[in-house]
Design a protein around this ligand. Structure first.
Ligand SMILES: Cc1cc2nc3c(=O)[nH]c(=O)nc-3n(C[C@H](O)[C@H](O)[C@H](O)COP(=O)(O)OP(=O)(O)OC[C@H]3O[C@@H](n4cnc5c(N)ncnc54)[C@H](O)[C@@H]3O)c2cc1C
Length: 361
C-alpha cells in the first residue's frame, strides 16, 4: 500500500501525530508491533507536569507550557468525539521535598505561568488530610492535574479510527529500502509499504531500529514499575511527590504509587522488591495505605534519553525521515505539544516552538 506518512509506533506520540497529520488531509498508516497503546504510554501515571520541572532544560518546559494550555480543550473535545473520558482532573500537586533554593522555583513559575506556593499547617491539612503528620509543609500547585493514561490511549485510538488512520497492529517494522537521501519502502512483518514520509514514534525501541537499517538514535529503555491500591474515592486527593516517588489518586479511589528507574534493557517483568519498596514509600506519605491491599503491579519501558529534551524533527541524513521520540518520564505531558511541533515541521507550517531546540545534535 502507499501512504502519505507511515508512523512506526502506536503510543501517545504516534497516535497524537497521526491525528494531527490526518486532520490536514494526509493518508496515514501506523504500524504497531504489538497492540495500540500497550507500550510505555499505557503504563504511565498521567501526571501533567514533569516531577521537579525546574530541574529540566528550558525546551522541555516550553513544551510543558504549551501542552498545559491546550490539553483541557483537546481532552474535552476528545471525550465528546469518542465517548471515552480520559478523566482529566486538576486535582493539584503537592511537592514535599522542595529544592532549598526558592528563587529557582519562583523564577520557573513566573516564566512558565504555573501557580505554585508554599503551604503548611492548617492549609496543608485542608488540602490533603490523609498526609502523614511528619510533613510540616509543601509546595502546592493547585492547577496541576492528571489524565488516566489507558483511557487516554483508548480515546486516541478511537479518534484515529474516526479520522481514517489505518492502524496495523501486530505489524513490526523490519527493514527499509533507501535511494540516496530518501526512504522508498518500509518493510514490515506482514507486507511492504511505500510512503512520502516516515515518522519514528517507537518509544523505548526507537534506538533498537538501527538493526533494521535506520540511523543510530540514543534512546534507551528505562524500566518503571508502579503499584496500585484500591481505597475509597476521595481518601487521597492530590498528586503527592516526595524524594522522587509519588502517589496519584484516581477518581474511583484507585491510588497509584510509583515509580522505579531501572536500566535493564527490554525486560518488562515486575519484581517483588520494587513492589515492597514502592509500598513503603507510599505508606510513609499516607499511613492509611498500610492496611490497604495492592490490586495491581506493572512495569513499562520509558524512552530514556540522556539529553532530557525529546528528539523532534527531520533526520539530517534523510529528506523524508522524521522522529518524535525520547520523551523519557514525560511523554504524556509533552505529547500534545511534541506532536503538534513535529507535524508543523513535517507539513512546512510555522512551528509552535523553535524546532532547533529539539533537532538532532
Ligand atoms: C511507570 C511509568 C510512569 C510514567 N508516568 C508518567 C507521567 O506521570 N507523566 C508523563 O508525562 N509521562 C509518564 N511516563 C512516561 C510516558 O509514559 C512515556 O514518555 C510515553 O508514554 C512515551 O510514549 P511513546 O508513544 O513515545 O512510546 P510508547 O508508548 O512506548 O509507544 C511506542 C510504540 O512503538 C511500538 N514499536 C516499537 N518498535 C516497533 C517496530 N519495530 N515496529 C512497529 N512498532 C514498534 C511499541 O510496541 C510501542 O507500542 C511514565 C512512564 C512509566 C513507564
Amino acid at each position: 500500500m502507499s501512504y502519505d506518512v507511515i508512523i512506526v509506533g502506536a503510543g501517545i506520540s504516534g497516535l497524537l501525530s497521526a491525528i494531527e497529520l490526518a486532520d490536514s488531509g494526509r493518508k496515514i498508516c501506523i504500524i504497531e508491533k504489538s497492540r495500540i497503546g500497550q507500550g510505555s504510554s499505557w503504563a504511565g501515571g498521567g501526571i501533567l507536569l514533569p516531577i521537579y520541572p525546574w530541574r529540566y532544560p528550558e525546551p522541555v518546559n516550553t513544551l510543558v507550557e504549551w501542552s498545559l494550555r491546550h490539553y483541557p480543550e483537546f481532552l474535552a473535545a476528545l471525550c465528546a468525539d469518542t465517548g471515552i473520558d480520559p478523566e482529566w482532573q486538576a486535582c493539584g500537586h503537592l511537592i514535599l521535598d522542595a529544592d532549598p533554593d526558592a528563587t529557582v522555583i519562583r523564577r520557573w513559575s513566573d516564566r512558565f505561568s504555573v501557580e505554585i506556593e508554599y503551604i503548611s499547617g492548617k492549609k496543608l491539612n485542608r488540602v490533603e488530610p490523609g498526609l502523614s503528620q511528619h510533613h510540616a509543609g509543601a509546595l502546592w500547585a493547585p492547577n496541576i492535574g492528571q489524565v488516566r493514561s489507558p483511557r487516554l490511549l483508548k480515546a486516541l485510538a478511537v479518534k484515529a479510527n474516526q479520522m481514517k488512520v489505518d492502524i496495523q497492529e501486530n505489524t513490526a517494522l523490519t527493514g527499509i529500502k533507501t535511494d540516496n537521501r530518501t526512504i522508498k519502502t518500509i518493510k514490515t512483518s506482514n507486507s511492504d509499504h511505500t510512503a512520502g514520509s516516515v515518522l519514528i514514534a517507537a518509544g523505548a525501541w526507537s534506538g533498537d531500529l538501527e538493526q533494521y537499517g535506520l540511523p543510530h538514535t540514543a534512546v534507551q529503555p528505562v524500566r518503571g514499575q508502579m503499584i496500585q491500591f484500591q481505597t475509597d474515592p476521595g481518601a487521597i486527593r492530590t498528586i503527592t511527590l516526595h524524594k522522587e516517588h509519588y502517589v496519584i489518586p484516581r477518581k474511583d479511589g484507585k491510588v497509584l504509587a510509583g515509580s522505579t528507574l531501572e536500566h535493564c534493557g527490554f525486560d518488562k517483568t515486575t519484581t517483588r522488591e520494587a513492589a515492597q519498596f514502592l509500598r513503603q514509600q507510599a505508606v510513609s506519605l499516607f499511613p492509611m495505605l498500610e492496611s490497604v491491599p495492592l490490586i495491581n503491579h506493572w512495569a513499562g519501558l520509558r524512552p530514556g534519553n540522556d539529553r532530557q529534551t525529546p528528539l523532534i524533527g527531520r533526520h539530517p541524513d534523510y529528506d523524508n525521515l522524521f522522529y518524535n521520540t525520547g520523551h523519557y518520564r514525560n511523554g504524556i505531558i509533552l505529547g500534545l505539544a511534541s506532536a503538534r511541533l513535529c507535524c508543523d515541521i513535517m507539513l512546512g507550517r510555522p512551528p509552535i516552538l523553535a524546532p532547533a531546540d529539539y533537532a538532532w545534535a
